[in-house]
Design a protein around this ligand. Sequence first.
Ligand SMILES: Nc1ncnc2c1ncn2[C@@H]1O[C@H](COP(=O)(O)OP(=O)(O)OP(=O)(O)O)[C@@H](O)[C@H]1O
Length: 359
Amino acid sequence: MPPRDETAREGGGDATPLMELRNVSKVYGGGVLSRTATVALDDVSLTIPGDSPQILSVVGESGSGKTTLASLLLGFISPTSGTVLYRGSDLSRLRGARLREFRRDVQAVFQDPFAVFNPFYKVDHVLTVPLQKFRLGRSKAERQELMVNALEAVGLRPDETLGRYPHQLSGGQRQRIIVARALMLRPKLIVADEPVSMVDASLRATILESLRTVNQTLKVPILYITHDLGTAYHVSDHIVVMYRGGIVEAGDVEDVITAPKHPYTRMLIDSIPWPDPRRRWGSEETGARNGVEVPEDHQGCRFAERCPAAMPRCTQAQPPTYLAASGHAVSCYLYDEKPTLPKERLSALLTQHSSLTSA
Ligand SMILES: Nc1ncnc2c1ncn2[C@@H]1O[C@H](COP(=O)(O)OP(=O)(O)OP(=O)(O)O)[C@@H](O)[C@H]1O
């Protein structure tokens, strides 16, 4: 029998999820009780199975905790409470070969592709370093082949990219080289945090298309983090909506965007100028809180202050997660006649209706 790690790398029958956030909170700047503390993530549980090649988007406005979630999954920061698990093991305790395996399995694509490039090195450097670090390819020719294949997989022509300096490439080409770099390591997950927010609109589609191609042809799951609901709708299978450190809604992207349940998601969707003339931009009532007094330090729903549907109970306790419709979860008392959903069930919900897995 091969060692357990190898079985897991090939995805062979191991039911343990690739990554899991279990009741994770992250507080910056002192303890929860500190006046200057920011609760960036508040008791979030989320599972990424790893064997379901889907694109899961995490959306929310600025400051909702998206990058914190990505940084926790990538092991860049540690949770204040709760656990981040990689193949069932506490990420913060990984050492040696297991840690190296994690570093290879979970790859990052960031907002600013320039930050990764050293202007004095040709772009090849960005690709050869991980090949050496993970000892991939037995010969120079094999390593060259790995680079060429990865570049082609993201729609780049190797003869137009290799041998050049970063400034000789467009922002879109640079970002796709970063996707190619991630890809060469045959990762089990790509965490893409705002990968297109720093490139102009004309290049966004190309980069997202290359991520989509990687996802579909090479079956690499992608966690796509963005504040842009429009691109999330176009590329993803499932979506998680965050508000002030918590998940407020999750489900199949089509269901969530076309039939949003949470008042915050409705507000987000309504703030986008969709190309549907029947849909008026800003037509949804926003910001008016239903005449309900919302004390500043209340312990209830984090959206109560801005919610047009706020009720007195919304300021008293956090709403549980309800199964508002098949495959569609929402944390809002408006759905309290629906069955509640334990947090750990959220991941099952996020995979069972995937158009990719059911195809
Ligand atoms: N290193 C840090 N120190 C203190 N506070 C931080 C730190 N990083 C993030 N925060 C705070 O935590 C909250 C969540 O930040 P985070 O960057 O995760 O949100 P985000 O949804 O990714 O926002 P954006 O879309 O603007 O990147 C914010 O209030 C932010 O100011």
